[in-house]
Design a protein around this ligand. Structure first.
Ligand SMILES: [Zn+2]
Length: 191
C-alpha cells in the first residue's frame, strides 16, 4: 500500500541527503522517482535539492500555483515514489494533493522538512503533514551547543538569536542552528 510519509527534523538533520539516498536506491533498480522542492528554498539555486555534504540534483519546483496531483498524474511515466524537500513550505492544499497522489494513483509520497520555525511554531506544510501523513518519523540531530537532541531551530541575525518576525524571510543574511530546548530558551552569549 502506498503511504504518505512525513520525515521531519531540525536544521542539519540530514533530510536532503536522505532524499538523495532514497532516490538513488530506487533508480539503481530502474525505478524512476520524482524529486520536488519549494520555490521558497533559496539557500542554493532555486530548483535544486542540495545537501551540505556537497551532493545536489535538479528538482521540480513547487510554487503556489503548482498542483502536485495534476503534475504527477500528467507525467509520461509512473514514478515509483515522489520525494519532496522543504515540505514545511507547502501550502495546506499541496499536502492534500500529495495525499491524493497516494490514495488515487497509489504512488508513495515522502515529504521531508522542518517541523517548527524559529519562533517555535508549526509551519503550514508541517502542520498539515502531521495531520495527514500515514507515517511520521523524526530525523534526529544534536544541539549545536551540547549533546542533547535538537528539538528547535534558532535564528541568528547579527550574532543574536531572534524569536519574532515573519516566518519565512527570503534572501536574508541570517543563519539557523539546531538547538535543544534548554539552549533555545537560554542561548549562549557568544556565537
Ligand atoms: Zn543544547
Amino acid at each position: 500500500m502506498a503511504q504518505l510519509f512525513f520525515r521531519y527534523g531540525a536544521m542539519n538533520s540530514g533530510k536532503t541527503i536522505e532524499i538523495l539516498k532514497v532516490a538513488h536506491n530506487y533508480e539503481e533498480q530502474n525505478k524512476p522517482v520524482v524529486i520536488m522542492t519549494s520555490a521558497l528554498d533559496n539557500r542554493d539555486e532555486i530548483g535544486y535539492v542540495s545537501s551540505r555534504v556537497g551532493l545536489r540534483r535538479q528538482a521540480e519546483i513547487i510554487d503556489e500555483q503548482t498542483d502536485l496531483f495534476e503534475y504527477v498524474n500528467n507525467l509520461s511515466f509512473t514514478p515509483a515514489c515522489v520525494l519532496i524537500d522543504e515540505a514545511q513550505f507547502l501550502k495546506r492544499e499541496h499536502v492534500l494533493q500529495a495525499a491524493k497522489i497516494v490514495d488515487t494513483l497509489h504512488i508513495p509520497v515522502m515529504a521531508f522538512g522542518l517541523k517548527n520555525d524559529f519562533r517555535n511554531e508549526l509551519f503550514e506544510g508541517s502542520k498539515e503533514l502531521l495531520l495527514q501523513a500515514d507515517k511520521i518519523e523524526e530525523m534526529k540531530t544534536i544541539c549545536w551547543f551540547c549533546h542533547r537532541k535538537a528539538l528547535m531551530n534558532m535564528r541568528i541575525v547579527d550574532g543574536k538569536p531572534v524569536y519574532t518576525g515573519e516566518q519565512i524571510q527570503i534572501g536574508g543574511n541570517e543563519s539557523y542552528y539546531p538547538v535543544c530546548r534548554r539552549h533555545y530558551n537560554n542561548p549562549p552569549s557568544q556565537f
